[in-house]
Design a protein around this ligand. Structure first.
Ligand SMILES: Cc1cc2nc3c(=O)[nH]c(=O)nc-3n(C[C@H](O)[C@H](O)[C@H](O)COP(=O)(O)OP(=O)(O)OC[C@H]3O[C@@H](n4cnc5c(N)ncnc54)[C@H](O)[C@@H]3O)c2cc1C
Length: 395
């Protein structure tokens, strides 16, 4: 049973669907949300696109559902201090990554799932017990008291995971004291395949192209409540002033969504008959657009372990297999977290010497192809060793 049918849980269900297993995906709403309820956009790394293609989901997106990124401009302040560019052609790839929407991607995953034997079950996890062979899950709400038995329970139920709570697994949490404001905007001078990452003293701003003259702005601020409450005109003025004029003027802005920013890690990733994946195991600052990409790598490794156990006739819910999954994932998650957190901390420094060193470092990266390649390989999700799903092979 996979508890949580978000991007990560739905991807795991697909990754396992070809194995001789009875898979149940449990979620209060086991389908893609309606457009406009959460039409956030994501950057999908090259490696993740490959994994989603292997799952049979990527080909279900229509061309207007995703936008390739061929250039990323990273700068300090409004592009006035340090500046570096990453270009896809310099690195020999067709795109550095892709921007796609939460709704479109979930719709593609659920469409692919509808052609498998996976059971989509509407329900909310309330608690669980375990015995030697099973986890016994109880449901909440309308189905209160209903019990479901499974050999393995995967917690893919997000940052506030109830599965993690039921296993009494604690978390390490750091609150950045900021929130992200997300708004889709029309701009007067679009560069449709260029993404921007601006580091301002109050927090980073990402601008992601979503087709035609539209960009998603992800703005990290300590005063996010105030930004969200602004009427559209003052919001557009403030955003133009803070982001700079690289995309011309902001012509229109959608209602703003607000997300708290934190770094969080589960103290353990597995418990008897339980494994955690995606945001249930780790939540990152969105600055480098790595959260879902990292969750998809959890999916790939867990699916590979489970497939190996199933093919060998082993009990795939046994601690030995689960511990193997947690061990393999540790280094990637620790490195990605350090990288993301490092960016946030270094660029939050207002002090003169740090700011100057940072600007110099950005300019240095701009003139150093080898450094650029290292940075790009990490953000493109192509760092070896790649799990099967990322090499085009079903586990
Ligand atoms: C502003 C912002 C921008 C981001 N940008 C990027 C980006 O560009 N690239 C990137 O890779 N990542 C990005 N991320 C991170 C990304 O959103 C997450 O890493 C990803 O959505 C996590 O997916 P998940 O499936 O683990 O969790 P969720 O998406 O939180 O899904 C959890 C699911 O569990 C279900 N659930 C919850 N409780 C229960 C229960 N009790 N019983 C049953 N089901 C339950 C929910 O209904 C939901 O469907 C961003 C995040 C933010 C906040």
């Amino acid at each position: 049973m996979i508890c949580g049918g978000g991007l990560v849980g739905a991807s795991l269900a697909l990754a396992l669907a070809h194995l001789p297993l009875d898979i149940c995906l449990l979620d209060p709403a086991p389908h893609a949300p309606k457009p406009r309820t959460d039409d956030r956009t994501f950057t999908i790394a090259q490696g993740s696109k490959r994994a989603l293609a292997t799952l049979g989901a990527w080909s279900r997106l229509s061309r207007k559902d995703f936008q390739p990124i061929t250039e990323i401009e990273v700068s300090d302040r409004a592009g006035r201090l340090g500046l570096t560019h990453l270009f896809a052609d310099e690195l020999g790839v067709d795109a550095l990554g892709f921007v796609t929407g939460n709704v479109a991607l979930l719709a593609a995953l659920y469409e692919a799932l509808s052609e498998t034997g996976v059971t989509l079950r509407r329900g909310r996890f309330a608690g669980m017990t375990t015995n030697d062979e099973h986890a016994i899950v109880t449901l909440a709400g309308e189905q209160e008291g209903k019990r479901l038995e499974c050999r393995l329970l995967v917690g893919a139920d997000g940052t506030h995971s109830a599965v993690r709570g039921a296993c009494e697994i604690g978390v390490y949490r750091h609150d950045y004291g900021r929130e992200a404001i997300v708004s889709n905007c029309r701009v007067s001078a679009p560069r449709p395949t260029t993404a921007f990452e601006r580091f301002t003293p109050d927090g980073p701003i990402a601008a992601l192209p979503i087709g035609d003259d539209r960009y998603t702005f992800v703005i990290s601020r300590p005063d996010a409540t105030e930004w969200q409450a602004l009427d559209e005109d003052p919001f557009r003025d403030r955003l133009t002033k803070t982001f700079g004029d690289r995309l011309g003027r902001i012509l229109a802005a959608s209602p703003r969504l607000r997300f708290p920013l934190m770094r969080q890690h589960a103290r353990e990733w597995v418990a008897p008959r339980v494994a955690l994946i995606g945001n249930a195991a780790h939540t990152l600052h969105p600055v480098a657009g790595q959260g879902f990409n990292l969750g998809l790598r959890d999916v790939a490794v867990l699916a590979e372990r489970l497939a190996e156990a199933v093919r060998g006739g082993d009990d795939y819910g046994d601690a030995t297999w689960l511990r193997g999954y947690a061990q393999v994932r540790q280094a990637d998650v620790a490195n990605t977290t350090r990288f993301t957190d490092g960016l946030v901390r270094i660029f939050a420094q207002r002090l003169g010497p740090v700011a100057i060193a940072r600007a110099l470092a950005l300019n240095l990266v701009d003139g150093a192809p080898a450094l650029k390649r290292m940075l790009a390989v990490r953000t493109m999700g192509l760092k070896a060793p790649l799990p099967k799903l990322f090499r085009g092979i079903k586990p």
